[in-house]
Design a binder for this molecule. Structure first.
Ligand code: ADP
Ligand code: ASP
Ligand code: MG
Length: 416
């Protein structure tokens, strides 16, 4: 990567949870950063996540105290893991002979909206980063956190420090943003589940975005969205390896990709819940009533399946993220208060997952969906819901078949 850029380039590097998961790991990250700094890379900005497992620990603590806690309190607790990482990395850099400047989101000015636990970055103030560079130091910044203009701490959603890093790169007009993680890059499927998964060397934002939002957790989907919007090149590489010839570069479609793969990757999303509504009023505005109440409660609806038989009471099923189930049930409770929805009934299922295949080449290749169904059928996996777009096919299946479905689709499309 570095060969294409001069050493005066501004570069943002993000180190994820496992990359800073132990004192040894932090020291080895510090060693790498210090080496680059001494080698003349003077405009590096480092974004860190909480040590792996730490954010989960904080979430569990808060849940133990109050499972229905207000989001402001929740964010104040779970943003804390990143503070420790910032200080530990600064300490490790000191040991390697370079000075760091430490920044929490509120100290720097990573300004977000007020949607706690899924806040969006609105502006990043960069003056202090430039001052830090001017004085020969390395800015080390807490990922995942933000602050509202009322000075309330927010967080960007789980996995959000990727987004902090890419947004920082955009704010600094950096040459690129490097996401350092515990695998070599983005693979055609989760390499921990699919042994035959292949490293994808270059990929379009479009495919990366679809894979991220359909469940591949290596990148936070907002970070790819921002990267695409501002054409910020994103490199994903392994922080455990010095050699970075193995890596993934995410960029706008380029002539390096003469022909796009029909299927680039297979993803699995376990965060799926289904609500099946029965005795839905047959009035023409029934769906608009239901789905606007659901949306007003902040719930994102994914796949909707509606099957209507003449004038019989209607049934409708839809999927949402499991962690929005409580909100969705609140919305349905509110709807039931209305006279015309008093009979509304619903069932909840949480033992589901969504397996998807993604690829821009699908646009010009018919028969991809039918082949996916055939592959799943041959593996004995029942499809419960289907959703397709130009560049993906998604099937909702039983969660227990998730890994097998991913392996079967990977074999069917990517291991020939
Ligand atoms: P970090 O802590 O560095 O942010 P994450 O745990 O959030 O790391 O993301 C890296 C993990 O994502 C990998 O260890 C891998 O198991 C998982 N993963 C899921 N899908 C993919 C994929 N398609 N390519 C690479 N990794 C993937
Ligand atoms: N520490 C946060 C999380 O675990 C953010 C991140 O790792 O990207 O969700
Ligand atoms: Mg992550």
């Amino acid at each position: 990567v570095y060969k294409d850029f001069s050493k005066s380039s501004r570069v943002v590097q993000k180190y994820g949870g496992t990359s800073v998961g132990t004192p040894e790991r932090i020291l080895s990250v510090a060693e790498r950063v210090a080496r680059q700094h001494k080698d003349g890379w003077r405009n590096l900005a480092i974004v860190v996540s909480a040590m792996s497992g730490e954010t989960n620990r904080l979430v569990a603590l808060m849940k133990a105290v109050n499972p229905n806690v207000s989001p402001q309190y929740y964010d104040m607790a779970i943003a804390a893991g990143e503070q420790v990482s910032v200080a530990l990395l600064a300490g490790a850099l000191e040991k390697h002979g370079v000075r760091a400047d430490m920044f929490l989101a509120y100290q720097l000015g990573i300004m977000t909206d007020e949607f706690h636990a899924k806040a969006r970055i609105q502006e990043i103030k960069t003056e202090k980063i430039y001052q830090s560079w001017a004085s020969g130091r390395i800015p080390v910044i807490a990922g995942f956190q933000g602050v509202t203009d009322k000075m309330e701490i927010t967080t960007l959603g789980r996995g959000g420090s990727d987004t902090s890093a890419v947004a920082m790169a955009v704010a600094l007009d950096a040459a690129f943003c490097e996401i350092n993680t515990d695998v070599d890059g983005v693979y055609s499927a989760d390499p921990r589940i699919v042994p035959g998964a292949k490293l994808i060397e270059t990929m379009e934002y479009e495919v990366a975005l679809e894979m991220a939002s359909l469940g591949s957790k290596v990148l936070h989907s907002r970070c790819v969205e921002i990267g695409a919007k501002f054409k910020m090149p994103i490199t994903v590489r392994n922080s455990f390896k010095d050699d970075d010839s193995q890596r993934t570069r995410i960029m706008a479609e380029s002539n390096k990709m003469i022909e796009s793969a029909v299927v680039s990757g297979v993803t699995l999303d376990r965060n799926v819940a289904r609500l099946t509504l029965s005795n839905v009023s047959t009035k023409v505005d029934a769906f608009s009533t239901i789905f606007s109440a659901v949306a007003k409660h902040g719930v994102n609806v994914d796949i909707i399946v509606h099957d209507r038989h003449k004038s019989e009471p209607t049934k409708v099923g839809f999927t949402i993220a499991k962690d929005e189930l409580a909100l969705a049930e609140k919305a349905l409770g509110a709807i039931r208060q209305r006279a015309d929805f008093a009979k509304l009934d619903y069932q909840v299922e949480t033992n589901l997952a969504k397996v998807s295949i993604v690829g821009v080449g699908m646009r010009s290749h018919p028969g991809v969906a039918s082949k996916a169904f055939e592959v799943l059928a041959n593996a004995g996996i029942e499809i419960q819901m289907i959703s397709t777009s130009e560049i993906k096919v998604s099937c909702v299946i039983d969660e227990t078949h998730g890994d097998d479905a991913m392996r079967a689709l990977h074999k069917g499309f990517l291991e020939s």
